[in-house]
Design a protein around this ligand. Sequence first.
Ligand code: SAM
Length: 246
Amino acid sequence: SGALYLVGTPIGNLEDMTYRAVRTLTEADIIAAEDTRETRKLLSHFEIHGKTLYSYHEHNKQASGPELVRIMQEGKRIALVSDAGLPAISDPGADLVRMTIEAELPVIPIPGPNAALSALIASGLPTERFTFAGFLPRDRKRAELMLASLTAEAGTLLFYESPHRVAKTLERIVNTFGANRRMTLARELTKRYEHFVRGNVNECLAYVLEHPPLGECCLVVEGASEDETAAAEASQAWWQPLSEEE
Ligand code: SAM
């Protein structure tokens, strides 16, 4: 009967594909993919043939989402894959999950690789508490506001960024958090040139400026110290009443 399977796929190394992911894709009636060309390559590598692919991405999700729900209501099993890693993490998958739940159809996760968590566990930074911040907004003002809202966060911070924007984002991080927080830049995870740069945010920025092109990167940044959290709370305390008067 109809259901949505969220299928994790490799973030670089094809050996990270799980047996269950292969079986789920093989048995699915339809595969919904962010980039059907990428997914075709994956399917052909695992010798999964004759599948109907349906494109589901940021720019067609309004129309495509309800259509996929209708197909599931007819009793079809849909497997959702993103370009890499776990669907619904920094991609439009989460919207389809919501719609599927609203339609009272089952949602079944098929766990697999994820860039942020892989970066976190190898970062050397605390893992018992963390905040996944995903991509910063493109707009400068919004990006600064988002970073400002994270300054008092004590858990380790995880960011995604596209290769050509890493330097800009690191500059913003240095401007907001100062130069001294520890961080790990995780580059090309699971791929041949996988590399970790560990230092403070300023050292990582210097590395990034010296080593273009970077390939895919995750940024793992130390959370606020107790002093920083206390300072942020103190400043909140006085500016909040003030801003209400505006
Ligand atoms: N759904 C994916 C996941 O579960 O990890 C994330 C998709 S998001 C659109 C793409 C971002 O993930 C990239 O810009 C980069 O920040 C990060 N990323 C993906 N693959 C990576 C890799 N092999 N190494 C480092 N970062 C990666």
